[in-house]
Design a protein around this ligand. Sequence first.
Ligand code: FES
Length: 158
Amino acid sequence: MVVSEKLDRFFTEKMKDYPTTRSFLVPMLLYSQDELGYVTDELITYLAGKTGLSELEVRNVVSYYSMLRTKPMGKYHVQVCTNISCLLRGGEQIFAHCSKRLGIGHKQATPDRMFSLEEVECIGACSWAPAMQVNYDFHENLTPESADKVLDSYKSKG
Ligand code: FES
């Protein structure tokens, strides 16, 4: 089994709520990515079998959505927005600061795989720009100092 039995059972049950299995593909990919860390070839084969889609169809969906990753990232995936609202309020400086602080660039992970970093498009927090997202948590109105505190808080969690 590529994913846990619990997740496989959840997929089987939840799929019944969707008009087509394809409609449930992106949520399945996200749930699987949360469990595995990234989308593997084995996962693509498993999901194709589970949904009745071809592996190519699953791969097309994976390559379309930037939040789906095909290589391992850090335990804490730091996504810094540099789109227009954040750009105007220092988003690029926040990204550069995080990059320097972590010693990694766009879509790279620290050697211990604690953190990975990504420059992203709007994450829907424009009113509180500049913003970043770490896994599913949002951090807003950032300054380099507050970004440091955010990174420190995840580092101390281990
Ligand atoms: S532009 Fe950065 S959150 Fe929207």
